[in-house]
Design a protein around this ligand. Structure first.
Ligand SMILES: Cc1cc2nc3c(=O)[nH]c(=O)nc-3n(C[C@H](O)[C@H](O)[C@H](O)COP(=O)(O)O)c2cc1C
Length: 407
């Protein structure tokens, strides 16, 4: 049987608590289950455990310094990019405080601040430290931000002999939490094409027609698809968002340019992609003519002629002979919930797609969170309100399920 962590790249950060010795057992369990483990120490960790132990278990030197003379480039950035999971065992009160306030004053904190992968922390401290309002406030911030998941602490005896909540979870429980946090690799080697952001239709050299799409939903889907092992082509209209790690990005401006980029990504007979997720807000119309020179102000009304843009999704849906690529459409409407779902149902058939993600304009545009309905021929699944990064996974679950059914 394939080991549970086969080939998974995990950064294991150790901080300064007596429970640090148990992190060696965690490292051992991860390595035994096939993980590539890179141990990181805070400056005080080596007061508690030896780097040689972790280097021996993981087969890699332990990293502690951000400014090491042998470190090429930015060590924290490289580690964050490479890692699929940052596991902090144990997490001291001090480290949790630094993470909650966004500090980057050592290699562990800087790496955590840079990570887009899941971060799991196993706090360990005296119960008085754990129950202190400062620690509780810091933990609340970290969990509330959605960037850190906690495993433990549990009730029991701590090093001082006192009892209470503060004892670190056992290594097996920590490893189970690590496994749960890692994204499934169910899109491994699939080619997923994602469109995102608005399109921009030029009217003249200084004016354009566009919409309020931020691109956040499409970028979140691209990031999660890459984390799940897909080769992702992200075709984006103009946005200021950074390119997710491991994603190939193609920037476009107009709907026509987006259509050309989608056609290239899907290849002849749509054979080059396993799924197309059309999260972009493609403008329905463009000016009949883009003026080469700036339109001059005049005394009377200015009439603009608009012509329809290509319906990229419907064109692909009509061209698709079989069931591939899996087609995911988005519907944004400003009507009642029932109407939004009804429009989405109609789109399923008119555009011949597999699922339509229906959302309300007021909930969706520019926000980090969203509330959507996944409308398929089998029914409607309501999701959220939740961060867009969390809504990406259920959408991709549907894609992965469809691809599995197709074999
Ligand atoms: C013997 C000893 C044990 C400690 N155990 C803990 C602990 O279990 N949890 C904790 O939060 N701090 C503990 N501390 C305090 C931390 O080591 C200290 O706050 C340190 O600055 C943490 O730095 P780091 O988070 O960068 O590793 C302990 C200190 C000593 C001297």
């Amino acid at each position: 049987m394939t080991p549970a962590f086969h080939g998974r790249r995990i950064a294991l950060a150790v901080s300064g608590s007596i429970a640090a010795y148990k992190a060696a057992l965690v490292a051992r369990l991860l390595v035994t289950e096939g993980a590539e483990v890179q141990a990181l120490f805070t400056r005080s960790a080596s007061q508690f455990v030896g780097a040689a132990t972790f280097a021996g278990i993981t087969g890699r030197p332990v990293l502690c310094e951000m400014f090491a003379s042998d470190a090429a480039g930015e060590r924290h950035v490289e580690i964050a990019k490479r890692s699929e999971l940052l596991l902090i065992v144990p997490a001291t009160a001090d480290l949790l405080a630094r993470l909650a306030s966004g500090r980057a004053d050592d290699l562990v904190a800087a790496t955590a601040l840079c990570c887009t992968c899941p971060v799991v922390a196993a706090p360990a401290m005296h119960p008085a430290m754990w129950s202190h309002p400062s620690t509780q406030r810091n933990v609340g911030t970290l969990v509330g931000d959605g960037r850190v998941r906690l495993v433990g602490p549990v009730h029991g005896e701590v090093a001082s002999g006192d009892h209470g909540v503060g004892r670190m979870s056992e290594p097996e429980a920590i490893v189970a939490a690590a496994l749960a946090a890692l994204a499934p690799r169910d899109l491994l080697d699939r080619h997923v094409v994602v469109t995102a952001g608005p399109t921009v239709e030029d009217l003249d050299p200084v004016r354009f027609l566009s919409n309020r799409s931020s691109g956040k939903m499409g970028f979140a889907i691209a990031a999660r698809a890459a984390a799940r092992g897909a080769n992702v082509t992200l075709i984006s209209g103009p946005t200021a968002l950074p390119t997710p790690v491991g994603v190939t990005r193609i920037d476009v401006r107009s709907a026509i340019e987006m259509q050309a980029a989608v056609d290239r990504a899907l290849g002849a007979d749509l054979g080059a992609a396993d799924a197309l997720v059309m999260a972009a807000a493609v403008g329905d119309y463009r000016p009949a003519r883009a003026h080469e020179k700036k339109l001059k102000r005049g005394p009377g009304a200015l009439e603009l002629e608009l012509v329809p843009n290509p319906d990229i999704l419907a064109t692909v849906g009509a061209a698709r002979g079989g069931t591939r690529p899996v087609l995911v459409g988005f519907a944004v409407e400003a009507d009642t919930e029932a109407q939004v779902v009804a429009y989405a149902r109609a789109k399923l058939d008119s555009k011949r797609v597999d699922v339509v993600v229906a959302n309300h304009a007021a909930d969706a545009f520019g926000k980090d969170d969203n509330r959507v309905s996944l409308v398929t021929r089998d029914g409607v699944q309501a999701l959220g309100p939740a961060p867009k990064s969390e809504l990406a996974d259920p959408i991709l679950d549907f894609v992965a399920q469809k691809l599995r059914e197709q074999g």
